[in-house]
Ligand binder design. Structure first.
Ligand SMILES: NC(=O)c1ccc[n+]([C@@H]2O[C@H](COP(=O)([O-])OP(=O)(O)OC[C@H]3O[C@@H](n4cnc5c(N)ncnc54)[C@H](O)[C@@H]3O)[C@@H](O)[C@H]2O)c1
Length: 313
């Protein structure tokens, strides 16, 4: 298989590219490196890295030429980055998807798209959320993600484009950007600083280990046909306070967990509960997550102790 991974120098994209070359596939990575380059040296030596922008149609078409699958991950994300750059966030999503679809249709490729559990918005849930519920995205980021899911459906109807949109639930693992909650708690614990939790800390999330995210993404590329939308989740709910406590205990840190006032409205801490049901993906491709939160955190910690941010696989 020949694959293009947009955003392939990022956290998820770099792990995905690594896995694809391990599987013997030929991989081109297209990334503007705006968030740095998380590809390991070993992977860099086995992929073609094109430094360029998904908002540029000619670049996307050149990179996608001859590809069987386009994994479309390039995006701006993170609460602050999105709030500070709403237009670039939307442009990257919407123009990037337009160019990816065009290239895929011309070249006969399938698309696997990195969507988000953020499309469920502030929905009150009492059980793991399934894909069938009515979504209500709120930020420019998640609105654009939902727009792209719908655009892919339209391109399927009009042009026969095949795609899988994957709603990732809180990916975590080695090499994740330090702005995100799990690496931030590790850094605070190891520096002996308080682990700062916003609000009550009772808000829950569904932490999905990077290897499970990558496994689901590869399975979707291999097995999904037509035009489908799937949750990718660990299907377990943990509060942010529990996550902080687990990391403090794991690292043997004396740092306290400190509850601090939630910052202004731009933050999504008011989403009280979010966890996903990935039964639909299990039925379609046989996906089941392998890595519990405790095991995933332990792997990150062993990687940090060994001095390799790459952690263990
Ligand atoms: N990490 C998560 O928990 C999570 C959850 C849901 C969805 N997602 C989605 O998964 C994908 C990957 O996320 P990630 O966590 O690896 O983020 P990341 O920021 O590490 O990776 C995104 C990559 O896209 C690149 N990029 C940004 N704008 C670009 C542009 N205009 N042209 C080319 N490259 C560009 C960045 O340089 C970066 O390397 C994103 O689409 C994200 O929305 C992630």
């Amino acid at each position: 298989m020949k694959a293009l991974v947009t955003g392939g120098a990022g956290f998820i994209g770099s792990h995905l590219a690594e896995r694809l070359v391990e599987l013997g596939h030929r991989v081109t990575v297209l990334d503007n490196l705006s968030q740095g380059n998380k590809l390991t040296q070993a992977t860099l030596e086995r992929v073609e890295l094109v430094v360029g922008d998904v908002r540029d149609q000619e670049t996307v078409e050149r990179c996608a030429s001859g590809c069987d699958v386009i994994f479309h991950l390039a995006a701006l994300l993170g609460v602050d980055l999105v709030a500070d750059n709403p237009v670039e966030t939307m442009e990257t999503e919407v123009l990037g998807m337009r160019h990816v679809c065009r290239a895929a249709i011309e070249g006969g490729a399938r698309v696997v798209y990195a969507s988000t559990s953020g499309v469920y918005g502030k929905m009150a849930v009492s059980e793991a959320v399934s894909e069938d519920v009515h979504v209500s995205p709120r930020s420019s980021y998640s609105i654009a993600k939902r727009f792209n899911e719908m655009y892919l459906a339209a391109q399927h109807q009009e042009k026969g484009l095949e795609s899988a949109s994957l709603r990732y639930f809180n990916a975590y693992g080695p090499r994740q950007d330090s702005r995100m909650v799990t690496p931030r708690f590790f850094a605070q614990a190891l520096a002996g600083q308080p682990l700062t939790v916003y609000g009550s800390g009772g808000q829950t999330r569904d932490f999905t280990y990077i290897d499970d995210i990558v496994k689901a993404t590869v399975l979707a590329a291999e097995k999904v046909r037509g035009c489908r939308v799937f949750n990718v989740s660990n299907s377990r709910e943990y509060s942010i306070k529990e996550l902080a406590e687990k990391i403090a205990a794991l690292t043997g840190s004396a740092s306290p967990v400190a509850l601090v006032e939630a910052p202004p409205e731009r933050y999504d801490f008011e989403v009280e509960r979010r966890f996903g049901c990935s039964d639909k993906l299990r039925e379609a491709v046989g996906f089941a997550p392998d890595t519990s939160l405790d095991e995933g955190l332990a792997r990150i910690y062993r990687g940090l102790l060994a001095g390799k941010d790459g952690g263990e696989r």
